[in-house]
Design a protein around this ligand. Structure first.
Ligand code: ADP
Ligand code: MG
Length: 333
């Protein structure tokens, strides 16, 4: 296998990008010039975001494969576009490379990028490649489009709160990777939910195309409660959620049971599930459930928005109410 040094910067870019095989049908100019070029669609909004992933903060090379890292790096960026109700269209990838990173590793990383690009029909439209003294990092910028966007602001008292999929799997998967608990046949599913999450692009598309009045939306990256607080703060409202309604996967429930782990903290504060959390007026609930059922997509009503107090309250199984603190999800600083 050749070395990065032998290829040089331009040889490396050429080598890595030659393996990418998804091209958008509307692409005017792809990788190779100073910029990539795309047409602007009238009547559409452009939705853009960027995410940095730093080794040993966002990922550990000892516990993930380069392919899974590539997939996850793109998936979490696509999730931000989905959270706005948009369709991801293109990504730009910046790599900061210390000398110890090998060409084989980068080939596998790009193979992960390529898989997600093909799966979600997203074009890898360019990037930047720089050397980095110690730290390996990846930055992904993502560009999507939307006819209408769903922001964190707009939830109203009486609106119902929904989440897609199940909660807590990713944080339990992370515990399994750290081998702090014993697993079983459910390990693979849970670890995969952590290392290779699915961005809810399809679900966001269903919501965007529906006539439903989605009043607010966010993706759950920091944990249900923390992300619900983001909606509450932006919308100037409070929320009530119900312990009994928090959706659990069978794998999650079994693994918690076997290891005597209390599921509730993971359901409430476990991050990185990348499910969608959104609100809509109660009269839209039936239609929503029907549309998601038809698409075989799992969605659960977990609570409702209230005017006051401007806090997230949890109704426990025994009927008592508890005010949840805001800051138990993930926070870098
Ligand atoms: P410039 O000198 O104008 O910054 P570069 O030499 O960095 O251009 O990049 C040349 C081309 O390769 C551009 O189209 C850029 O978007 C693309 N590119 C650079 N690094 C990467 C990368 N890591 N992945 C994909 N495309 C890249
Ligand atoms: Mg450059």
């Amino acid at each position: 296998m050749r070395k990065i040094k032998e290829l040089g910067e331009f040889g490396l870019i050429q080598h890595l990008t030659s393996s990418l095989n998804f091209r958008a049908s509307d692409s005017i100019l792809g990788i190779g010039d100073d910029c990539a070029v795309y047409p602007v669609k009238s009547g559409m909004k452009e939705v853009i975001s960027t995410d940095a992933l730093v080794e040993d903060i966002h990922f550990k090379l000892s516990t993930t494969t380069p392919e899974a890292l590539g997939r996850k790096a793109l998936s979490v960026s696509l999730s931000d576009i989905a959270a706005m109700g948009g369709t991801p269209k293109r990504v730009l990838v910046t790599l900061g490379l210390p000398e110890r990173v090998s060409l084989l590793f980068l080939d596998k990383l790009y193979s992960g990028f390529n898989e997600i690009c093909n799966q979600f029909e997203v074009e890898l439209a360019g990037g930047d490649t720089v050397s980095s003294p110690k730290c390996f990092f990846i930055n992904i910028a993502v560009i999507g489009e939307a006819k209408r966007v769903f922001t964190r602001k707009g939830a109203k008292p009486g609106d119902l709160i929904f989440v897609t999929g199940t909660l807590g799997d990713s944080s339990l998967g992370l515990k399994l990777i750290g081998k702090k608990i014993k697993g079983g046949k459910d390990n693979k599913f849970l670890i995969n939910r952590h290392l290779d999450p699915t961005p809810r692009v399809k679900e966001a598309g269903i919501l965007a195309r529906s006539k439903l009045d989605i009043t607010s939306m966010i993706d759950i990256s920091d944990g249900l409660v923390q992300d619900l607080y983001h909606i509450c703060k932006a919308s100037n409202v409070g929320a009530r959620i119900y312990q009994d309604r928090l959706p659990q996967s069978p794998e999650f429930a079994r693994t918690c049971g076997k290891n005597s782990i209390s599921p509730l903290p993971l359901l409430l504060n476990g991050g990185e599930d990348y499910e969608l959390l959104f609100t809509l007026p109660a009269d839209g609930a039936k239609k929503l459930t029907r549309q998601f059922l038809k698409a075989k997509v799992f969605v659960t009503q977990v609570g409702e928005i209230a005017l006051k107090p401007r806090k997230v309250l949890l109704e426990l199984r025994d009927g008592t109410m508890k005010t949840l603190p805001e800051s138990e999800g993930f926070n870098h600083f």
